[in-house]
Design a protein around this ligand. Structure first.
Ligand code: GCV
Length: 738
């Protein structure tokens, strides 16, 4: 086996000695851990640097002369600590603790039932919603009081973080009247973390969960994690991989889980576990895991009792069953419905939820993989127990740079669907590439499914409003690891941030989220904010263009999914091979999903089916997702498909160059370590963008037999060269998949 890197001497290595090695030494010594900002950025978006704008600083100092709050219980203690620490640091002076709610220049913090009657009477408290909050300024003559109130502690907590963000992002406080509440019930991170601390598809170091030292040692990082999530409104975390290990359900591990749940609790976060369907055999000593077997049913019930005795607010189970080799009810001739309902029944007496994943496809099913989950689950709509949610990936294949929305959204009317996004960048250049994912999330959430006529957006499916579900949710596969800055690429923090905010309100816009994140993480300099915002917003289209333009998908190399492998066609399962997806031949390229092909378009509501199925109306970005077309097909621009493909790839490469130049224009305005780190990563990204273009165009040329279009830089190497590249140690890969 040849082991070669695509680049003779990676830039990363070339640049290491000068700047990074001293930094690494500091990191090893643990000296940067508590340092805000810098290349470390451990503090994420919770930096509370002194407000720079003098007029605003004056106004804030006046408004926050004192705080009236009587912290009761752990969550209120967190609120008190956050407000006093945050305000003290933002204002450069700590607000006094005031014993009474009277006086001026005062922040009042209390649940609605604890507010003084004269304050209550001035507020429309009936508008408060569960987990929501109100931040309102009350003005009486020259006296100003700011009220932060909510129905419950959790709402106060979210309101406290929002209040601090107003100051961090330099928003005026005068006359503030901000009423907000989450639109979804479950706002959840999914960790694909294994008990040995490896992370499947994780590119930011090891798992932050140190199972070996739990429950005795509580790493302070657990609370920092909880705090970061709470500041966005995330209220649930699944701490184990969906490719599950039954051991986590054994008594010693449950003690560890209990300790973690205890850290999360004050921050309003419920802990979930993944349940391996075969656990009754593996750790229960039973001969079967058949969901209709009385002994199996009893085993799960008693397991649920055991868990809830330890963790009364335990969230429930997330299950990947009969998917990619995971065990499930179909091993016993039972259905997904029977499996899910059995587990849901075990959890129901305790108020637990059962989240069943719809990510299923089978090598024994010859139909288009994009159709299989819909065909499998739609017939069960209306038959799941009330505490079951179906978790569906955003697209019908698997977290590709661009996919049309999953056809189950909107079609599954009687079952609450949880949106599953991937925050970690399995198919997007790992933690090396700068790709602002909220742009992708927004595109998906704003897509109109047309299932209930115009306006049936995915956002309305996810927040439950389209079909009146009270259970609703959004899950993000975490990009978090033990790296000092949590996410590997410093801008990966923006993806975590954006996901959390969109889970709170799926209607938010990517541009606004980019701006919030930049201001709270990097500062408020207007030129810097605008420049980085543009760069973030451009970055998603760039990656689509340099990896898989015009609707191409799953061209990744085997197993690790790092780099191009459009030629791969020898894997045991047909639908694991890129050749299955692009269908390139001398006649043309693309997957025919119209009625002449797999007819996957028929799984969408008619207006969408027509739009995608008709060549005149199919958006160019989905052309080869839905259509197989000849190389000389004329695009709307008049160019041939072949030329348009090459030029799109080129456009992607040019975009990364442009993004790099834009970043370089900020030198001197960004902390030097962060500037350098991002610049080095962008240089790698430029090289890899070119690698994608060159490898894919070289490969497709073997079918088209056409010259590369004018305007496309010719490939640097031969096809054989690109095919020879191997990456046995690419991070995030399951060893068995290599
Ligand atoms: C956790 C893809 C990934 C797998 C992942 C799977 C899933 O196939 O490559 O690593 O497994 O999705 O979502 O279950």
């Amino acid at each position: 086996m040849k082991l070669r890197s695509p680049f003779p001497c990676p830039l990363f290595v070339k640049r290491l000695p000068g700047r990074v090695l001293p930094l690494l030494a500091l990191l090893a010594a643990g000296m940067l851990r508590a340092q805000p900002g810098g290349a470390a950025s451990y503090d994420l978006w919770l930096r509370f640097d002194r407000v720079q704008n003098p007029a605003l600083l004056g106004a804030y100092r006046e408004a926050f002369g004192g705080i009236w709050m009587d912290p009761q219980g752990p969550t209120q203690q967190v609120i008190w600590d956050e407000l006093t620490r945050g305000l003290g640091s933002l204002l450069g002076q700590s607000p006094e603790k005031r014993p009474t709610p009277n006086g001026s220049n005062l922040l009042l913090v209390a649940t609605a039932d604890k507010l003084p009657p004269e304050v209550r009477s001035q507020l429309s408290l009936d508008q408060l919603r569960e987990e929501g909050f109100l931040i309102r300024q009350l003005q009486a003559g020259a006296n100003s009081r700011l009220v932060l109130t909510a129905l419950e502690d959790k709402g106060l907590l979210y309101g406290a973080y929002r209040l601090l963000r107003l100051l961090q992002t330099e928003r005026p406080i005068a006359g503030v009247n901000l009423l907000d509440a989450p639109k979804t019930a479950l706002r959840m991170l999914n960790h694909w973390d294994n008990l040995d601390r490896t992370v499947e598809r994780g590119y930011a170091g090891a798992s932050i969960w140190n199972w070996h030292t739990l429950p005795g040692y509580i790493d302070p990082r657990y609370a920092d994690y909880a705090r970061a999530n709470a500041s966005l409104g995330i209220n649930a975390t699944v701490v184990t991989n969906v490719n599950a290990n039954a051991l986590v359900l054994t008594a010693p591990y449950l003690e560890k889980v209990k300790a973690l749940a205890g850290v999360m609790r004050p921050y309003g976060i419920r802990l979930f576990l993944t349940a391996r369907f075969s656990a009754p055999i593996e750790i229960g000593g039973l001969a079967t895991a058949d969901p209709l077997d009385p002994a199996v049913i009893a085993w799960w019930q008693s397991k649920a009792d055991e868990i809830y005795a330890l963790i009364p607010d335990f969230g429930g189970f997330v299950v990947k069953a009969n998917s990619e080799g995971q065990p499930g009810p179909q091993n016993y001739g039972r259905s997904h419905l029977e499996g899910a309902n059995m587990l849901a029944d075990a959890l129901a007496p305790h108020g637990g939820l059962l989240i069943w994943r719809a990510f299923v496809y089978s090598e024994h099913d010859p139909t288009d993989r994009a159709k299989q989950a819909y065909s499998e689950f739609l017939p069960y709509d209306g038959q799941f127990r009330d505490n079951v949610l179906l978790q569906v990936k955003n697209g019908p294949i698997d977290f590709q740079p661009r996919e049309p929305v999953h056809p189950l959204f909107g079609a599954m009317k009687k079952t609450p669907l949880v949106m599953e996004f991937q925050i970690t960048k399995e198919y997007l250049g790992f933690a090396t590439h700068l790709v602002f994912l909220p742009k992708l999330f927004e595109e998906v959430l704003q897509t109109d499914t047309w299932q209930q006529g115009e306006g049936s957006t995915v956002a309305r499916v996810v927040d439950g409003s389209l079909y009146g579900h009270t259970l609703s949710g959004m899950a993000g596969v975490a990009n978090i690891g033990s790296d000092l800055n949590w996410t590997g690429h410093p801008f990966g923090q923006a993806d975590w941030y954006g996901f959390g905010r969109l889970a709170w309100d799926p209607g938010l816009k990517a541009g606004a989220l980019a701006e919030e994140w930049i201001r709270s993480t990097l500062g408020n300099d207007p030129e810097m904010v605008e420049t980085i915002k543009k760069l973030l917003l451009d970055s998603r289209e760039a990656v689509v263009n340099y990896m898989m333009p015009l609707g191409l998908h799953h061209l990744f190399d085997t197993g690790h999914h790092y780099g191009p492998g459009p030629w791969v066609g020898n894997l045991s399962r047909p639908e694991w091979n890129p050749v299955y997806y692009h269908q390139a031949s001398p006649e043309g390229v693309g997957f025919d999903r119209t009625p002449t092909g797999s007819n996957a378009v028929a799984q969408y509501a008619l207006p969408l089916a027509n739009k995608y199925g008709n060549l005149d109306s199919c958006p160019e970005e989905f052309l080869l997702w839905f259509h197989h077309l000849p190389w000389d097909y004329r695009m709307k621009s008049g160019a041939t498909l072949w030329d348009a493909l090459g030029l799109k790839y080129q456009e992607g490469v040019e975009s990364v160059r442009q993004i790099t130049a834009t970043w370089e224009s900020l030198q001197g305005k960004i902390e030097p370590e962060l500037y350098q780190q991002v610049q080095m990563l962008l240089n790698i990204q430029q090289e890899e963008a070119r690698w994608w273009k060159d490898a894919c165009m070289r490969y497709f040329q073997t079918f088209s037999k056409l010259p590369f279009p004018e305007g496309m830089e010719p490939p640097q190497h031969s096809l054989e060269y690109y095919q020879s590249l191997k990456f046995p140690y690419a991070p995030g890969t399951r060893p068995s998949w290599n």
